[in-house]
Write a protein that binds this ligand. Structure first.
Ligand SMILES: N[C@@H](CCC(=O)N[C@@H](CS)C(=O)NCC(=O)O)C(=O)O
Length: 319
């Protein structure tokens, strides 16, 4: 694990010493948009998405690409689940992974170097490449979710009827996203990457307070904002589906499992069972990535065999 500094790869872990043992996620660098008259217009086959199937942020983008019918328009390369000293790498021999389908490069950091030879920052997934401009459009998953939801609606076969960010619920979705991002999506990382007891306990406390709130909310509604699924649900889903297999053990988020929450557990299965979603979930990549890529947390790299998960069990939530 490392980062690029002025275009040169450095193998180093997150610095938590300067922040009292707290993990602070760095800001995203490429944040451009796809618009009809901007630098990056919505054209079929022009964009390519780099993902890890292990990564909850990349998973959001993959889900919206699938649900909107963008698979024919936007290609994908899938990194190997192990993130070692060179960062994310490509190895098509691993089940579920691919080569770098655009350039045949060995490391994702080489793609970032192509995008900007002087790039300084982390080399993260998801990242969307523009083949015409020869650079990255965005490596911010929250933006990619919105871009995929709205920017390609004029292309053939795209599900224009699906709007995951409807105007009449936008304010509520934004408020939920804000709460869930800090306490849950990033909260599990704040717990897992903390290097001081107090920082860990603070993150875990905030995480389970938020999960208790969500459990109550899901007692009143099938989905977070009512009867229809929105981006807020998919953004929560990608953390929930990793929770019992990884975050409970590896990140020490073990006050409760999602399976212990009747509403959250059923909601997780409900979302998993939506058409097309199970095919985006790869538990092997998820477990292998976390348990092997963070030697300071799991020095042996041994991957636990459990837990037994049955996401196909009846969810019992509404029609
Ligand atoms: N803000 C980014 C964060 C993405 C992110 O942190 N991805 C992780 C994988 S789960 C990554 O690629 N980390 C590599 C690193 O930090 O060096 C987003 O939401 O798109």
């Amino acid at each position: 694990m490392g980062l690029l500094i002025d275009g040169v790869w450095h193998d180093q872990w997150y610095d938590t010493e300067s922040t009292g043992g707290r993990f602070e996620r760095p800001a995203t660098v490429f944040r451009n948009w796809i618009t009809p008259d901007g630098d990056h217009p919505p054209v079929s086959g022009r964009y390519h998405l780099y993902v890890s199937l292990a990564c909850p942020w990349a998973h959001r983008a993959l889900i919206v690409r699938r649900l909107k019918g963008l698979e024919a328009h936007i290609g994908v390369s899938v990194v190997h689940p192990y993130m070692g000293s060179g960062g994310w790498h490509f190895d098509a021999s691993y089940p579920g992974a691919t080569a770098d389908e655009l350039f045949g490069l060995d490391y994702l950091h080489a793609v970032y170097q192509k995008a900007d030879p002087h790039y300084t920052g982390r080399v993260t997934v998801p990242a969307l490449w523009d083949k015409v401009r020869g650079t990255l459009v965005s490596n911010e998953s929250a933006d990619l979710v919105r871009i995929f939801n709205e920017a390609f609606n004029d292309l053939p076969g795209v599900d224009t009827g699906l709007d995951l960010y409807p105007a009449d619920r936008a304010a509520l979705i934004d408020a939920l996203n804000e709460r869930i991002y800090h306490a849950v999506n990033n909260g599990v990382y704040k717990a897992g990457f903390a290097t001081a007891q107090a920082a860990y306990e603070e993150a875990v406390g905030e995480l389970f307070t938020a999960l208790d709130e969500l459990e109550a909310r899901l007692g009143d509604h099938r989905y977070l904002t009512g009867d229809a699924i929105t981006e807020a649900d998919w953004r929560l889903f990608t953390t929930l589906v990793r929770f019992d297999p990884v975050y409970v053990g590896h990140f020490k988020c073990n006050r409760r499992r999602i399976a212990d929450y009747p509403n959250l557990g059923g909601y997780l299965r409900d979302l998993y069972q939506q058409p097309g979603i199970a095919g985006t979930v790869n538990i092997d990549h998820i477990k292998r990535h976390y348990y092997t890529s963070h030697p300071m947390i799991n020095p042996t790299g041994v991957i636990p065999v459990g837990p037994v998960l049955d996401l196909t069990a009846p969810h019992g939530r509404g029609a």
